[in-house]
Design a protein around this ligand. Structure first.
Ligand code: PLP
Length: 733
């Protein structure tokens, strides 16, 4: 199988007549690069921006647009000539152009029918880069990786979401270790965003009637390689003052904010696509937040074709793909009848259905007046194809929603699974990529879903792999020291404490990372469940471990905040000090440093509550090993030689028993497997068995859990059948 998804790049930078580049031309090329997030997964381009002014680059959250604003064309030219950047800028610019114009893609060959009717991908958040804070966590990063891979593969897809001008919160810990939330306005002018123009050439505003007035949203366009991401934004003149703030914050508001945001994300987004002149061949609802989109799509069918409600519903569900992401009940939005009627009432009138009929679409039992309206139920009922995000999550989801199909046995509940994956170029460290470049087939970065590419890892020199990993680990440690000492200074701690923070952690010590949302089921403190045992692991004179934590708790999650506090306070324990740190404000930047530099990635959720998880997949790429409960993706990934399992995946009767058993299993695995293998060195100082496991991990997992593989699966098992239905139905009419 050949997957040439980007134009073959020329052999490297080519010489250029310097005089050909006027300062303005140079500046315009840099701006063109900054205006498409394509740069964010090309380290050679990221490095280019960084090199222009490394300090400001960091201070500006790695935003090239903000950085370029600080330069005049003349100063940029001066800086470029000091650093001999001309050919790098030219090369990058030409590569972007070739990428955008290339038609030789996997998608062209395998998803051509989507060409005139692309997939419309809906998601409440998109995690693309730290400089675009319109995501909170895993769901957003998954969406971001999905559309980056769709771009790489050339799959015709447009994405829609919301623009949050304050995004999710910034996390600070106070002196007690208690989480404080800060909201900062994002500067729109520093994002690669333009007002989206309609077929009439004018900026688009969509209007959504409710029983209580009209909601307006403008539409931005963000370029993500070949994919356009459209973001709806309620900060529009003409909206009520409180509605202008409707899309300010991600997951910030109450139920009413929530349903209004979801009205915009569903109904508003479908209207925006129409104004853009886009007729999707398939709708992909990534999680239930956007499920109202189906109702508007039904209305369109009725209006355009004179279809009956039932026929239009059948047609829309044929074209709709729904992905469910969590077995945790709070993850499934529910609204009461009053809220539904207030917000969907006018649309319901146009659909010609009763309040009970509409409510029935969001209820497991349509007749049950006590049942609220559930967005997941709507998504499942109005999509012909539905999937969970790992094999185990598929089983759980079929059981969880079996009552929606009372006449089927559980195995026949029509919810399949497509396991999540990650966008390799976004998460693979530059140094590691260079090592792979030297050892893998030419053009491998475009063929990351192919297992043969990764099997070459076994041929790499173990010493070289270890050396690159060690360099990345040191890079992580300097990042952590910088962050942690800054945290201490901000909290007003003593010079002594700040100085100690500058020297925490030791590159020769087994380094374990734990970073994720601090939801209680993820049990961040499992490793501290027996404090004495943890102390002796941290302070072992011969074979110590050290821990790096990061993660936010939802602002309303008090138990999650207490967990953070408990972990952060361990730094005051004399036997833990210097060996355990909490890095504030987990985001894509912190994640990138951590997944690229740790030896071991710890994941110990209460099984089976982790639908998939993706951070451990990012670690694989960079040579870290997973130490994880057999939940989510790890349940299908672990093969006994490519990482470590905590427990055997057996179910326990109560949370208390699970926690006790898993805690015991965690300590035992650390003491009997992880630590001995890590510290077992040969005469060259290399941990041979450990390096072999790194290779097994990369070789067996990197391709399978790539977003390229994931998107190809969606294309073949979901998008194409959904879009195919389109042409069938059309010809039937
Ligand atoms: C990858 C990533 C996640 C998701 O990882 P999980 O394994 O699901 O916790 C969350 N947040 C950030 C910033 C990430 O980069």
């Amino acid at each position: 199988m050949s997957q040439v998804d980007e134009a073959a790049s020329p052999a490297g930078p080519q010489p250029l007549e310097l005089s050909e580049l006027s300062p303005q031309t140079l500046y315009d090329k840099c701006k063109a690069l900054a205006n498409n997030l394509w740069w964010s997964w090309h380290p050679e381009v990221t490095n280019l921006f960084r090199d222009l002014d490394p300090i400001r680059w960091r201070q500006l959250d790695h935003s090239p647009i903000a950085l370029l604003k600080e330069f005049t064309p003349e100063r940029l030219e001066m800086r470029a000539s000091e650093l001999v950047l001309y050919s790098r800028i030219n090369h990058a610019h030409r590569q972007l152009k070739e990428y955008l114009n290339s038609t030789n893609t996997w998608g062209r060959t395998h998803a051509g029918v989507l060409g005139s009717h692309p997939v419309a991908y809906f998601s409440a958040e998109f995690g693309l880069h730290e400089s675009a804070p319109i995501y909170s966590g895993g769901l957003g990063v998954l969406s971001g990786d999905h559309i980056k891979s769709a771009s790489g593969l050339g799959v015709p897809l447009v994405a829609v979401g919301l623009f949050y001008d304050q995004g999710y919160f910034r996390q600070r810990l106070d002196i007690e270790g208690y989480q404080q939330e800060e909201y900062i306005d994002t500067k729109v002018e520093n994002l690669p965003m333009q007002p989206a123009l309609g077929t009439d050439g004018e900026p688009i505003t969509v209007a959504i009637e409710t029983r209580n007035g009209t909601l307006l949203a403008k539409v931005w366009r963000m370029l993500v390689g070949r994919v356009c991401l459209y973001l709806l934004d309620c900060d529009v003149e003409g909206n009520q003052p409180e509605d202008r703030e409707l899309t300010s914050r991600l997951y910030g508001g109450d139920q009413r904010t929530r349903i209004r945001q979801e009205l915009v994300l569903g109904v508003g987004a479908v209207r925006a696509l129409r104004a853009l002149g886009i007729t999707p061949g398939a709708y992909h609802l990534n999680e239930g937040h956007s499920a109202f989109a189906t109702l508007e799509a039904i209305r369109e069918r009725m209006e355009d074709d004179g279809a009956t409600f039932d026929d239009a519903l059948r047609d829309v569900s044929q074209h709709t793909v729904f992905t469910t992401h969590t077995p945790v009940p709070a993850g499934h939005d529910r609204f009461d009848g009053e809220a539904i009627e207030e917000h969907l009432g006018p649309l319901r009138d146009q659909l010609g259905i009763s309040t009970e009929q509409l409510m029935g679409l969001g209820r497991v039992d349509p007749q049950n007046q006590n049942e609220s309206f559930c967005m997941t139920v709507l998504g499942l009922k109005l999509s012909r194809r539905a999937n969970a995000v790992s094999s185990l999550h598929g089983h759980i989801s079929r059981r969880m929603w079996a009552h929606l199909w009372p006449h089927r046995v559980e195995e026949e509940v029509p919810i399949g699974h497509i396991t999540n994956g990650i966008h390799v170029p976004s998460w693979l460290a530059w140094q590691m990529q260079q090592l792979f470049d030297r050892n893998f087939p030419v053009g491998w970065i475009h063929r990351v879903a192919e297992p043969e590419v990764w099997s070459r890892i076994q041929k790499i020199d173990p010493g070289e792999l270890w050396e690159v990993h060690y360099a990345l680990k040191n890079h992580l440690l300097s990042f952590v020291r910088r962050r942690v000492s800054r945290q201490c200074r901000r909290r007003g701690e003593s010079e002594e404490v700040i100085e100690a923070a500058r020297n925490v952690l030791d590159p020769n010590v087994l380094t374990i990372g734990f970073a994720r949302r601090f939801a209680t089921y993820k049990r961040a403190d499992l490793i501290a469940s027996d404090l004495d045992r943890l102390r002796s692991l941290l302070s072992d004179p011969q074979r110590p471990i050290q821990l790096i934590f990061a993660g936010k708790a939802h602002p309303a999650d008090e138990p999650g905040k207490q967990l953070i506090k408990r972990i952060d306070n361990l730094r005051h324990d004399p036997q833990c000090a210097g060996r355990i740190v909490f890095v504030e404000d987990y985001d894509i930047n912190v994640a990138r440093h951590m997944v690229q530099g740790v030896d071991v990635w710890l994941n110990n959720p209460r099984r089976p509550l982790e639908a998939s998880g993706t951070s451990g997949q990012k670690v694989v790429l960079n040579g870290g090993l997973n130490l994880s409960v057999l939940d989510g993706w790890w349940a299908e990934a672990y093969d006994g030689a490519n990482g470590f399992a905590i427990g055997t995946g057996r179910a326990h009767v109560s949370d208390e028993i699970s926690d006790a058993r898993d805690g015991e299993d965690l300590y035992r695995t650390l003491e009997e497997e992880v630590i001995p293998i890590f510290y077992d060195r040969d005469i060259d100082g290399l941990p041979r068995q450990w390096i072999q496991m790194m290779m097994n991990s990369i070789g067996s997992l990197a391709g399978r859990f790539s977003a390229h593989r994931m998107v190809m699966d969606y294309v073949q098992t979901a998008y194409l059948p959904a879009a195919g239905g389109h042409s069938c139905d059309m010809s039937a009419r």
